[in-house]
Design a protein around this ligand. Structure first.
Ligand SMILES: [Zn+2]
Ligand SMILES: [Zn+2]
Length: 350
């Protein structure tokens, strides 16, 4: 096993209880066969981490270390790892699939029946820490502005949502919700060559950011969304609507904004249950498709795309805070103090 000098303990942000996080000492994980230990540079705060922090989504538990949007350098590799070397800058694909179920057999490990996600699964110490352990196959080399690496995971979520909507050059796309996932969808639509991108977002600072990314924006408090979507597309409606909010009202708006035969992609997770006007789907043959994470090859392609397009990514990072500042930042963000783009937690200096 090849190593640099690795301490036995590290700093980790532990979710002590819902609404309370603390920077605590934890053991540094040891590499096993096929694994690599990553010295974390920065990890992004995801909306799901905030909902986990408050306990709202039931997908995190007290005692765990969260964090799944991460970039760092390889500090050690376990036996059998030849694809990575100590010192490589890597980004983490946090999805672990079983390799045995029907989805995995079809090459769709991202919807594996036994999927576990680093940063979500409470039994896996995750990336809001100085070090994180991962299978080497989940670590993708990243040669670019290092902090941009923390954006690859949410960018891959947005890219897969656009792929699920089959976005291409003939598409006029509406994105509902302009937070970090909506922003990632906008960049994915540009990457896929969409003809036009309209984003509905109530927050003025976010609308400004989205315009820097090349989208046309609207404030849903000021306009009727389906009417405006039709006006922007010669009266027809958009061909693809991506709902990055995920509530009854937003999914219905997405459906009502699409052309007959259009597609709505549901990637937002605001409500576990929604109610829809069925005939708007059936009589005009619209489709609703779900999107959640991404196949491994889309993650790798997104890492390459991000490395090749640094100028498009700078607007996405609003703040970088230290690990010491992070507990207070989580508390403030849970109360709604959210900047327009991503907040990254830096673990860069020990
Ligand atoms: Zn996330
Ligand atoms: Zn599986």
């Amino acid at each position: 096993m090849s190593t640099t000098t690795i301490p036995t303990t590290m700093r980790a942000l532990v979710l002590e209880d819902f609404g309370s996080m603390a920077l605590t000492e934890r053991p540094v994980p040891r590499t096993g066969p096929g694994e690599a230990l990553v010295r974390v540079l920065a990890t992004g705060i995801c909306g799901s981490d905030l909902h986990g922090y408050t306990g709202e989504n039931g997908r995190r538990v007290p005692g765990q270390v969260m964090g799944h949007e991460t970039v760092g350098t390889v500090a050690a590799v376990g036996p059998g790892v030849e694809s990575l070397a100590v010192g490589d800058t890597v980004v983490l694909n946090p999805t672990l699939s079983c390799g045995r179920c029907a989805s995995c057999a079809r090459g769709m490990g991202h919807i594996c029946a036994d999927r576990r996600v680093i940063g979500v699964d409470p039994t896996i110490p995750s990336a809001f820490a100085d070090y994180v352990l991962a299978p080497a196959e989940n670590l993708v080399p990243f040669a670019s502005e290092p902090l941009h690496g923390a954006l690859v995971e949410p960018l891959a979520v947005g890219y897969h949502a656009a792929v699920r909507g089959s976005v291409g050059a003939d598409d006029d796309v509406l994105v509902i919700g302009g937070g970090p996932i909506g922003q990632a969808v906008v960049l994915a639509c540009r990457r896929l060559g969409a003809r036009s991108i309209l984003v509905s977002e109530p927050d003025a600072a976010r609308r400004k950011l989205l315009e820097r990314l090349g989208a046309v924006t609207l404030d849903p408090a000021q306009v009727n969304l389906p009417t405006l979507a039709r006006e922007q597309t010669g009266g027809l409606g958009v061909t693809v609507a991506v709902d990055a909010v995920g509530a009854t009202t937003t999914v219905q708006s997405a459906i009502d904004s699409t052309v007959a035969g259009g597609t709505c992609v549901l990637v937002g997770m605001a409500s576990p249950q929604i109610e829809l006007a069925a005939y708007a789907l059936s009589t005009f043959e619209r489709s609703v498709v779900g999107a959640f994470c991404y196949p491994a090859d889309e993650f790798t392609q997104t890492a390459r795309w991000a490395a090749a397009n640094p100028e498009m990514l700078d607007p996405l990072i609003s703040r970088t805070v230290t690990a010491e500042e992070a507990p207070a930042v989580f508390a403030a963000m849970a109360l709604g103090d959210n900047p327009p783009g991503k907040v990254l937690v830096s673990f860069g200096s020990v």
